[in-house]
Design a protein around this ligand. Structure first.
Ligand code: SAM
Length: 248
């Protein structure tokens, strides 16, 4: 049965490639890469010489039909992104959806993902969480998004660009208050891995203390909303919101 394999790749430490990923990447007829040159380096490190083709945000929908024709011809195909798990803030959704619609099997391999890796060491509740991807780059839109999440009770996980981390922390303080616990996990699985959690305003101070703390790749996590003594009970807030809508 011709199959599309979804294959996670390391997010820093090459030792995190799985045995199964190496087997699948070596055996398929074709590997779809977000960036063939980027993944080519990984493949040559592991001695994988399978043919590659690019599938990224801008050509994914058109490429899907062509990839389905390859599956129809009996080929097995793997999908990788630049790092971590494809489809998680990475291309692949349109491809998987169309391949499944065409009736072919999609086999997902477990493997590295920055979001779950970060959550596991954050010290925030992990029984329920909400993956929010990237926040909007502009402050206005970012504050609007954060306001929507103000009363989200689950731990929230975001991907963030290092150049925006200070502005984003300032927006979190503004919208969710200085006391909201926030955790930064940067350079996961790499030499300078750092995981630091503090109330939002203290975390911004910590970031401001050292420029290195704004470098590299990072995951941002925000503790879910907890109704405390100095905040109104949720029911009351909801009632006030309803009442406010009735006001002229
Ligand atoms: N698909 C990937 C995954 O499964 O994690 C995520 C791809 S997304 C385009 C890239 C973002 O993931 C980065 O901006 C950063 O927020 C996060 N990220 C990737 N590698 C990381 C690492 N080693 N440490 C911390 N965050 C990382």
């Amino acid at each position: 049965n011709p199959t599309l394999y979804i294959v996670p790749t390391p997010i820093g430490n090459l030792d995190d490639i799985t045995q199964r990923a190496l087997t699948v990447l070596g055996q398929v007829d074709l590997i779809c890469c977000e960036d063939t040159r980027h993944s080519g380096k990984l493949f040559s490190h592991f001695g994988i010489s399978t043919k590659t083709v690019s599938v990224h945000d801008h050509n994914e929908r058109q490429r899907a039909a062509w990839i389905i024709s390859k599956l129809e011809a009996g080929e097995n195909i793997a999908l990788v992104s630049d790092a971590g798990t494809p489809l998680i803030s990475d291309p692949g959704y349109h491809l998987v959806s169309q391949v499944r619609q065409a009736g072919f099997t999609v086999v997902p391999l477990p493997g590295p993902c920055a979001a779950t890796t970060a959550l596991c060491a954050a010290g925030l509740p992990s029984d329920r969480f909400s993956f929010e991807g990237f926040l909007p780059p502009k402050s206005n839109a970012r504050q609007t998004k954060l306001a929507e999440l103000l009363q989200e009770p689950r731990t929230m996980i975001f991907y963030e660009a290092p150049r925006r981390i200070k502005d984003t922390l300032a927006d979190i303080i503004e919208v969710m208050g200085p006391e909201r616990p926030v955790v930064i996990a940067r350079e996961l699985t790499k030499t300078f891995e750092t995981i630091e959690g503090r109330p939002a305003s203290e975390l911004l101070e910590w970031v401001n203390e050292d420029d290195n703390r704004t470098r590299g790749e990072m995951v941002l996590m925000i503790a879910g909303f907890k109704a405390s003594d100095d905040t109104l009970p949720l029911q009351t807030v909801k009632m006030l919101e309803l009442l406010a809508k009735e006001l002229p």
